[in-house]
Design a protein around this ligand. Structure first.
Ligand SMILES: Cc1cc2nc3c(=O)[nH]c(=O)nc-3n(C[C@H](O)[C@H](O)[C@H](O)COP(=O)(O)OP(=O)(O)OC[C@H]3O[C@@H](n4cnc5c(N)ncnc54)[C@H](O)[C@@H]3O)c2cc1C
Length: 248
């Protein structure tokens, strides 16, 4: 029987994880990434138990936990010291935790999973896919390579994993497509020792300003240096509360 050949557009978190999972199931995979090199953008992020379950499937959970930072809960303080948010993973189940992780580490851990399947996965770096053409037998990817030469190839199936601003998803599937009305500025600092190192701390000033400190673990090239992400955000209280609640 013919081995199905998947194209994955985008080598972000979703694309890399999907590539490893498909290759492990015996499929051929081609990854198309617009950037010429995999350079993580941004600071640390918090992975929820569902994301950690995917790591477990991929066989990289232990590696991720060694580099990342266990997060047991979120505490959000008002200016007068009262806790507006006081949510802890154990409330959902004793075995649940989050994992604070640097984006470079997340990228590294997922690449480790992908590299376990070198025979099944082909990389196309610098390929910008601009259009998909579907027929009952195949789907064609149309775009250009790093030298801006036209590119056109057919696959049995395609995974569109090119991020929140993707123009390749069928428009009928997109229910909400609008920029967030708030932003955030981030920096990475040596691990903050003043607070509980297993808690995501947030501090709110009225309903407008939030500063947070996320345990972020280490990057693969300096595993001894533990880090924290410090972020500043400007948003309205209702959105803040909904986001904070959904993070736990
Ligand atoms: C400030 C901030 C904080 C966040 N905090 C968290 C958090 O704490 N926890 C959490 O789980 N999530 C967090 N997120 C969200 C998280 O970063 C995203 O959900 C996640 O990165 C999405 O991954 P993705 O693989 O879908 O897309 P991306 O990571 O955006 O990857 C898409 C890839 O596709 C490539 N690409 C784009 N267009 C094309 C094309 N035409 N052809 C080929 N390649 C293309 C891009 O170059 C990119 O590499 C945060 C996001 C932000 C902005």
């Amino acid at each position: 029987m013919k081995t199905l050949h998947f194209a994955i557009i985008g080598a972000g978190t979703a694309g890399l994880a999907t590539a490893a999972l498909l290759a492990r199931q015996g499929f051929q995979v081609s990854i198309f990434e617009k950037a010429q090199h995999l350079d993580p953008v941004g600071a640390g992020l918090l992975l929820q138990p569902a994301g950690l379950a995917v790591f477990e499937h991929l066989g990289v959970l232990e590696h991720a936990c060694q580099l990342g930072a266990k997060v047991t809960g979120l505490e959000g303080q008002l200016a007068d010291g009262r806790l507006l948010v006081n949510s802890h993973y154990h409330e959902a189940g004793n075995h649940y935790t989050g994992l604070g992780i640097h984006r470079a580490t997340l990228c590294h851990v997922l690449q480790t999973a992908v590299n376990q399947h070198r025979d099944a996965i082909t990389w196309y770096m610098g390929y910008d896919i601009q259009q998909l053409q579907e027929s009952p037998e195949q789907v064609r990817l149309i775009g250009q390579d790093a030298q801006q030469h036209p590119f056109d190839a057919a696959f049995d199936a395609v995974i569109v994993a090119n991020g929140a601003r993707s123009q390749l998803r069928p428009s009928a599937w997109v229910k909400i497509d609008q920029p967030y009305p708030w932003g955030a500025a981030w920096t990475i600092v040596p691990e903050c020792q003043q607070f509980n190192r297993e808690i995501l701390h947030q501090f709110y000033d009225t309903s407008q300003i939030m500063i947070g400190i996320l345990p972020t673990g280490a990057i693969p090239t300096a595993p001894e240096q533990r880090l924290s992400s410090v972020f500043w955000s400007w948003l309205c209280c209702t959105k803040l509360f909904l986001r904070a609640s959904s993070a736990i």
